[in-house]
Design a protein around this ligand. Structure first.
Ligand SMILES: CC(C)(COP(=O)(O)OP(=O)(O)OC[C@H]1O[C@@H](n2cnc3c(N)ncnc32)[C@H](O)[C@@H]1OP(=O)(O)O)[C@@H](O)C(=O)NCCC(=O)NCCS
Length: 141
């Protein structure tokens, strides 16, 4: 499938390969960013999610959360993957909030040296198919 409809945005497949699916995020035909599943491990059913809303004027309006939720639905229901994980700077509160709204849970923290006496903290977050499907609002009724 090359186009996936979200509530507000649309994902258009840009660069498919066996281990990576890269989509453009479109808002009424305008490309506002990209989202991808990378390091797809078909045997273990896992992949890493990455996203960027490149146009700052389009950030913080719910499009990131919609894109993440839309790609999770595709990953779990259509691609039949079992677990999606990601890495995010702990200080990136907007991204962490966006991922939590889409259902991701914090799983661990890594500290990485970025210079003399300087460290940055990376959060590992993940969501499993069962958790995602349980958290989805029912369309019945
Ligand atoms: C991270 C990113 C994908 C999120 O997408 P988005 O469309 O901007 O985010 P959303 O509007 O869906 O959700 C953002 C949430 O953060 C909240 N938020 C905004 N400013 C915040 C702040 N300073 N602190 C905490 N939360 C904040 C918003 O209120 C919203 O939550 P709410 O709906 O409960 O109110 C996007 O901002 C982006 O691409 N940023 C630059 C690149 C980047 O950081 N990529 C992620 C790398 S891991």
């Amino acid at each position: 499938m090359s186009e996936i409809m979200g509530d507000k945005i649309e994902l258009r497949l840009k660069a498919p390969s066996r281990c990576r699916m890269l989509y453009e995020i479109l808002l009424k035909g305008e490309v506002i960013g990209e989202i991808e599943l990378d390091h797809i491990a078909w045997r273990s059913g896992e992949a890493e999610l990455k996203i960027g809303i490149s146009n700052p004027a389009r950030q913080r309006q719910g499009y990131g959360t919609d894109a993440v939720s839309t790609l999770l639905e595709h990953a779990f229901v259509t691609m039949n993957l079992g677990r999606i994980y990601l890495r995010v700077h702990a200080a990136n509160e907007i991204a962490v909030r966006c991922y939590e709204k889409a259902g991701f849970k914090k799983k661990g923290r890594l500290r990485r040296c970025i210079g003399e006496d300087m460290e940055e903290e990376i959060l590992l977050m993940a969501i499993c198919r069962d958790q995602f499907l349980q958290g989805k609002p029912s369309k019945a009724g």
